[in-house]
Design a protein around this ligand. Sequence first.
Ligand SMILES: Nc1ncnc2c1ncn2[C@@H]1O[C@H](COP(=O)(O)OP(=O)(O)OP(=O)(O)O)[C@@H](O)[C@H]1O
Ligand SMILES: [Mg+2]
Length: 595
Amino acid sequence: MKALKYLNKYLWKYRLRLGLGVVFIIISNVFAIIPAQIIRVAFDVVKESLQQYQMLEGSTFQDEYYTVLGKVLLIFGGGVLLMALLKGVFLFLTRQTIIIMSRLVEYDLKNEIFSHYQNLSLSFYKRNNTGDLMNRISEDVSKVRMYLGPAIMYSLNVTFLFIMVITTMITVNPKLTLYVLAPLPVLSVSIYYVSAIINTRSERVQRQLSNLSTFVQEAFSGIRVLKSYGRVSDYTQNFKKETDFYKNKNLELVRVNALFQPLMILLIGLSTIITIYIGGELAMAGEITTGNIAEFVIYVNMLTWPVAALGWVTAITQRAAASQHRINEFLQITPDIRNGVIGSDQKEIKGDIRFEDVRFVYPDSGIRALKGVSFEIKAGESVALIGKTGSGKSTVADLVGRLFDASEGRVLVDGKDVRKHNLYSLRRAIGYVPQDVFLFSDSIAENIAFGLNEVAFDDARVLQAAKDANVYHNIAEFPEKFDTELGERGITLSGGQKQRISIARAIIKEPRILIFDDSLSAVDTQTEDLILKKLKSVMKNKTTLIISHRVSTVKKCDRILVMDEGQIVEQGSHEELLRKHGVYSQLYNQQLVSA
Ligand SMILES: Nc1ncnc2c1ncn2[C@@H]1O[C@H](COP(=O)(O)OP(=O)(O)OP(=O)(O)O)[C@@H](O)[C@H]1O
Ligand SMILES: [Mg+2]
């Protein structure tokens, strides 16, 4: 239950709504109690009038008396109706305040979690799977909302209703009150247990449902592989198995649900029978009037639903506590990569990059990716980084933009440790083309302009960037040009087209530092030459790091760094390196043969 304390700040934020909700609950309960009293009075009036009516037997007044009595009863009836209406109005207002409050908190909480997620580092995303992240922000938040809305509303309602109804009942007759209330705790406890069973079973259904959707989602996104391997019918069989399991889980749930309603009706009926039996005896003994019996029957019916709700409320509160606990787990993680300087009063970044004996171990796998890397790239210089797969090239790129921080040694930009830079200005100064291209489900223009950090962008700049990245002629062939939608429902780009759009996205903001991580691997060497030529003017005066494992990409660079097993083993120009007959010339010869 402690986990739910976290939500108090939100309850405080919306205290006015909550307070108003409490007032409405009290008022609606007053209007719920008054009809019972009207009915008691009406019963008693009828009983007395009946005796007088019989006394008037034979006189001319009898008919008149009858019509007057009818009118009086009609007024009573109207009164009950009016009270019910007023109660309804205030019930409506209660829901409007408290349930709306829960929706507002849900909204706030979702936003809080999402922005927290965004600040967490890549290693957090490595440790936790996407499904889990999504569940906490959707499923868990909605369970918490059930606590904030219905649970709080019903428990407040029960509290006030109890205080009001029971005091009224005791003033009428304490003994009858005791008998009538006896079955209610049994009702509450048994509903608590039944709801607990319902909850665990519905959680099983939920879990199977998410298994099912993961299965379906994979089958759809992997449809190409599925079809080409001829595994479609196997998958259809597997899907049958999964849905069968889902169906069984649902049937188990339905069985308990079916038990729930009759149980409630049984216990409510029991209370009503006791009221009439004991009440009848008391009335015959003259301790209470028959009107009181009618009144009590109404009270009992008023109390049973809230008492039942109490069991249900306890169950959803427990569930919400478990969910909030899971949410808190993530909210309490502090990001590993924190902004070193708040405020952007520093000078503009020039783009000098220096690695000083940098070592890096991936925190989760324990893989030592960099084992003492030192090099310097002067501002405005273009340098290539080549090496076999797994040698640590991408890791070097990640350390410049602080996607990770070095485990040992220092990474300096403009002579200052990257950890002492303003994180956002640093990242804004870097144009990064990641190795695995990711494009958003949006138009091509929006995807390229993503690099700009601006909502309103200049079409001319998008066009220029596309031209510089040598992708313009492809875009021009699409019927909708720059408005062509990418992603799930959009067109499928070729690997090389994706890479070049990703390059356009990086160069559009004219960053001081450009990092191309294997960004030309999906184009042929001829196109590669063409792109590199075009990029020359873009790269002018900018610090550029071109990562590749192809000699053809890097051979024209003035300086080439050669990486092997997490270390820089050679550096120099293409010719110099060939003369060394080391790792580079080995790579060169291998690639000559295969080409
Ligand atoms: N996020 C990560 N978590 C754990 N280990 C990682 C992670 N990324 C890379 N590694 C490991 O670190 C080592 C260096 O990987 P890196 O991606 O830097 O190589 P690379 O030179 O870029 O290779 P490639 O040419 O195939 O892209 C590899 O052994 C790899 O398995
Ligand atoms: Mg790589």
